[in-house]
Design a protein. Sequence first.
Length: 241
Amino acid sequence: MLKSVIILGCGPTRIECKYHCETWGVNGVFSFANKRLDKLFMSDEETEVEACSYDLLQLVTVKPQLVLPIAYPKLQNLGLPIEIYPIDAIIDKFQTRFFSNTIAYMLAYALLYTTTVQGPGDLRPRVIDGYNKIWFYGIDMMTNSSYIQEKGGVEYWMGIAQGMGVEVINTRGSATGKTWNGKMYGYYGQKEEEAIKEKLLAPLDLIRVGKTSDPQDDWVKIEDEWVKVSTHTRAGQEVAK
């Protein structure tokens, strides 16, 4: 059976999510995704999860299935179903350890349960079972912090999905899977029709600076001026109120 799934992050384009199919979130997404959240993924070190200021009562109210590398002590007594992430099966299937963040793990998880075939007349594989469409909302990665290192890993798994015949549908305001200015490189990026087609609305209009453990500041462009806006101070508070 062919299925669609939403991978939902905390970026600004999260507001575009329609929750129209199975929805997976990462970390603190549960704080705003109360319309529907089927699975919640976390993959951070145990000490970082323990230090997070998540509202666990709200997490229990949303009632997602937790997909975790271990049964974190902070989360294992909430009465929520816990699945241990099938890392060995995924590494065995894809023969790679290139996982730069939790979104990469989520993409690999979806692809683990996707079956494809390629017949003589097929230009690329066809999905015959599992997830044939993956929707991105809030996976914007517009930042000068750790996302610089993480972005490539997400795009790597986007490429694996496309190679398997799985469609990854992203928001126009995301920087993920796009060049820094939204245009094709070099000569082709100068062609007017390509510049229009590939236009990127957001990434240079919102730049986050600082490490996860530091106070997070967003540089927001208002008309022609960049204004620093303070957001949060600790992991688990990444969603601006």
